[in-house]
Design a protein around this ligand. Structure first.
Ligand code: PHE
Length: 460
């Protein structure tokens, strides 16, 4: 409380509050559908192995960097960079733009998840497993999809208005443990379906003939998205951490949570897919939202009597994960506006609510009234564009610029000292090499390769 008054800035009430909120941000739709889909597509155990290596090298180092930057500055992302001179504020501005682009479309997908959760009860599992007509009818059909988006965004903003301690902390404290318990339950159930054990084997056994540059790029991209790195979000959450809380310990715990949920989601979906469709590739053949909203209901339908319960619980789980992630994105936006306009959280919350509603409606219109706009080629949507811009282009750019800023302007020692305020940091040397050289080079390679792939200049 003292801290809050002195700095007029909120703070977490303790270490667990921060770890749960950080895990709540990290654990999201990225774990629930993106990870299992990529794993199925890129050879199961092979992808898992490369992903683990990425997480324990790049992922953990960059997450620690984001959190330490936030706590060191006790400011939202713009202030973190502008403290070192006006010319660096551009990094903060690009970083700040990322959550503003993600928030509206994350709310739209959150609305889809909410709709499916409800539809498992009202329409039943068979209606959802009709090969895509239900999904296309829903997103293309007009009013209803807007209402679900507004409902989802409403829940998220309500938590934000309740504040950091009263809202964000409390909801994470309830939803995160529930999420883990449900995930363990569903994973155990799907692994025991006849035919599923082949999927479990596929999930864990590396097959080095499946290794490819594309697989490595996918693993690095997934690691960043899943840990909410370079999106101004962990910087914001880090700025609420008190000086006496250990940053290394919290970072490791957030990474652990995130990894656990990804592995559980993989164990829920990959073995189920094997049992239902005979191979994981059959599931991976459909990428993006299609996997979660079209193929998965078909997988559940194969579970017979259990389809309704498993389908409902799976989407409820995804809904919890999506809510806690969306809260973190909205909180980053609120904190940027409150700091930038020197206004109260409340006022910033109102501004963000209006913004997300207007932008959300615009992007959602890309599936119905504005569906003639196909910015990334045949069949693409405004949502695809927002996703491509934020995740594929801006996030790597922010990551590279942040690393170079820390490495050569701020100097890693500043953050090493910050981290050492509250814990030992034996790996400071390795971490410095990571953020100064390894990470920016790796991310640059990923960025160039992704863009070249998008425009058809290279293919693997
Ligand atoms: N990390 C979240 C996930 O895995 C997604 C996310 C992206 C959260 C951006 C916050 C910001 O789904």
């Amino acid at each position: 409380m003292d801290n809050e008054k002195k700095h007029a800035r909120a703070s977490w009430s303790g270490k667990w509050a921060f770890v749960l909120a950080g895990a709540g941000s990290a654990v999201g739709l990225g774990n629930m559908w993106r990870f299992p889909y990529l794993d199925a597509k890129y050879g199961g155990g092979t992808f898992l192995l490369v992903y683990l290596i990425c997480v324990f090298t790049l992922g953990i180092s960059l997450l620690l960097q984001d959190i330490a930057l936030g706590r060191n500055a006790k400011k939202s992302v713009v202030g973190v960079f502008s403290r070192y001179g006006k010319k660096y504020s551009i990094i903060g501005i690009i970083a700040a733009a990322v959550p503003f682009i993600i928030l509206p479309y994350y709310n739209i997908i959150g609305g889809w998840v909410a709709k499916y959760t409800a539809a498992y009860i009202s329409a039943g599992p068979a209606a959802l497993a009709d090969g895509g007509n239900f999904f296309v009818g829903f997103i293309g059909g007009g009013l209803e999809s807007y209402l679900w988006m507004i409902l989802f965004a409403g829940i998220v903003m309500a938590v934000i208005f309740m504040g950091v301690k009263g809202g964000i902390e409390r909801i994470n404290l309830i939803l995160m443990p529930l999420l883990i318990l449900m995930a363990i339950g569903i994973a155990i159930f799907t692994m025991t379906i006849p035919g599923a054990l082949d999927g479990v084997k596929y999930f864990f056994t590396p097959d080095f003939s499946k290794m490819s540059p594309e697989l490595i790029l996918a693993a690095i991209g997934q690691c960043f998205f899943s840990l909410s790195i370079a999106m101004a979000i962990m910087v914001t959450y880090g700025s609420y951490v008190k000086d006496e809380e250990s940053l290394t310990g919290s970072t490791a715990q957030i990474v652990g949570f995130d990894l656990l949920v990804s592995v559980l989601a993989g164990l829920m979906i990959v073995p189920g897919a094997f049992a239902a469709l005979g191979s994981a590739e059959a599931v991976a053949a459909k990428s993006g939202p299609g996997l979660m909203f079209i193929t998965l209901p078909q997988v559940f339908e194969h579970m017979g009597g259990a389809a309704q319960v498993v389908g409902f619980l799976f989407f409820l789980l995804a809904l919890f994960a999506a809510i806690t992630s969306a809260i973190s994105i909205a909180e980053a936006c609120v904190s940027i506006v409150a700091d930038g306009m020197k206004c109260s959280r409340k006022k910033a919350g109102v501004i963000i609510s209006v913004y997300t509603l207007l932008m959300g409606c615009l992007i959602n219109a890309g599936y119905n009234v504005l569906s003639f706009i196909q910015p990334l080629g045949e069949g693409s949507s405004l949502l695809d564009l927002a996703d491509f811009l934020s995740n594929t282009v801006m996030m790597p750019v922010v990551c590279i610029l942040t690393c170079l800023f820390v490495g050569f302007v701020m100097k890693p020692k500043t953050l090493v000292d910050e981290i050492r305020k509250s814990s030992e940091f034996k790996l400071a040397g390795a971490w410095t090499v990571m953020v100064k050289f390894v990470a920016p080079i790796c991310v640059l390679v990923v960025l160039v390769a992704y863009i070249a792939m998008q425009f058809g200049l290279i293919s693997f």
